[in-house]
Write a protein that binds this ligand. Structure first.
Ligand SMILES: Nc1ncnc2c1ncn2[C@@H]1O[C@H](COP(=O)(O)OP(=O)(O)OP(=O)(O)O)[C@@H](O)[C@H]1O
Ligand SMILES: [Mg+2]
Length: 351
């Protein structure tokens, strides 16, 4: 068992994916379990669904069904104990996830490898993961390459920009996500624009990554900002065409806006077979949600978007909605599913 830990946006998932692609064919079966933190939540199917994914991907049998977590553990032990497997658990944030998905090495056959990525080193210690690897920040040379790819669409930086590039590194740090977003924000702009944008970064403390990422958001036009917030709050992981239709019906010029967000590295567009899906890094999603929360920190009914079930419950039950609400995503936990809400009072863009 190997653990990779480090702060958000430093490249844990990227390195784990790369390793997976390079070594997967050396194993009898393999599974890359992405976003364990998100997908282990009850409303996403919980740990039982993840156990089922591990079993069905490794055994290549999609008919396998797991009834509950204990049954899942037994099935994993029974069916995988003699197989040499590769299992990646990406973005783990709770001990329970490790206990239910890979409590011990002897659940799997000899020669198996389990790789865990997390922001929390303590979790690896508690789970007795002996091989721990702290993700290092990129070195200067790698950082220049990544930044140049986005700021100049080339591996080499433009010589004329040498001085301002140094400033860019000073303010963006060497966090890959920040380098990508900052570089994309400056792409195609002249040196005066660079200097004025970098002045904004200068004022933000080094550790405040949200504020640094927000500078790219601040530079967007009115409709593209709205699209960004809608994706962060409602549409992360959804199909591009479906989202475009909904946003266009609100008059947002969605095709152009989505393209712009992709160009600025604020979202990614993933291709699966014939369809495209919208994705956003967790830190950018958190930033978008924080922008919405800040619209009215105390009163959810005065925010533009509602997606958190407790806020929705409060607004509906206490009748605290206002005309500020533009969209509501009702995704209640199972125990709340029988609740009835009246939506008469809300003239939102979408519900
Ligand atoms: N070595 C690299 N080369 C190029 N891009 C990179 C590299 N490492 C990371 N990135 C980019 O930086 C961004 C953040 O990386 P990644 O998602 O892997 O971070 P993370 O550590 O998994 O963050 P989190 O803890 O939020 O899950 C991604 O968009 C990724 O493309
Ligand atoms: Mg990650």
């Amino acid at each position: 068992m190997i653990g990779i830990f480090g702060i958000g946006g430093i490249g844990k998932t990227t390195i784990a994916k790369e390793m997976y692609n390079r070594i997967t064919d050396k194993f009898e079966g393999s599974c890359f379990l992405a976003n364990v933190r998100e997908s282990s939540k009850q409303d996403q199917g919980g740990l039982v669904k993840l156990q089922q994914t591990i079993l069905s991907e490794i055994l290549k049998d999609s008919s396998l069904k797991v009834g509950n977590a204990d049954q899942g553990i037994n099935l994993i032990k029974k069916r995988l104990c003699c197989k040499k497997i590769l299992l990646i658990l990406d973005d783990v944030d709770h001990l329970d996830q490790l206990e239910k998905l890979c409590e011990r090495c002897d659940w799997f056959g000899s020669g198996s490898r389990i790789i865990i990525t997390t922001r929390d080193e303590g979790l690896l210690t508690k789970h007795h993961v002996h091989f721990k690897y702290r993700m290092k920040e990129m070195d200067y040379h790698e950082a220049v390459q990544l930044f140049s790819q986005h700021a100049f669409k080339s591996h080499k930086p433009d010589e004329a920009f040498a001085d301002v590039i140094k400033l860019a590194f000073k303010y963006a740090g060497s966090l890959p996500l920040a380098l990508k977003v900052l570089g994309s924000n400056l792409y195609g702009e002249d040196i005066h624009y660079w200097k004025s944008e970098l002045e904004k970064y200068k004022r933000i403390p080094e550790e405040n990554i949200h504020e640094k990422l927000k500078i790219s958001y601040d530079g967007l036009d009115y409709h593209t900002k709205k699209i960004f917030l809608d994706i962060a709050c409602f549409f992360k992981g959804d199909e591009r065409e479906y989202v475009t239709k909904i946003l266009d019906s609100c008059g947002f010029f969605a095709y152009a806006g989505i393209k712009k967000l992709n160009d600025k590295c604020l979202i990614t567009i993933d291709q699966h077979n014939d369809d495209q899906y919208l994705w956003m890094h967790d830190l950018l999603e958190d930033m978008g949600k924080e922008i919405v929360r800040q619209e009215s920190p105390e009163e959810p009914g005065k925010r533009s978007r509602l997606y958190f079930h407790e806020d929705i419950r409060e607004v509906f039950e206490k009748n605290k909605g206002t005309e500020k609400i533009e969209g509501i995503l009702i995704d209640l936990p199972q125990e709340d599913c029988k609740t009835q809400f009246s939506t008469k009072a809300y003239a939102t863009n979408f519900l």
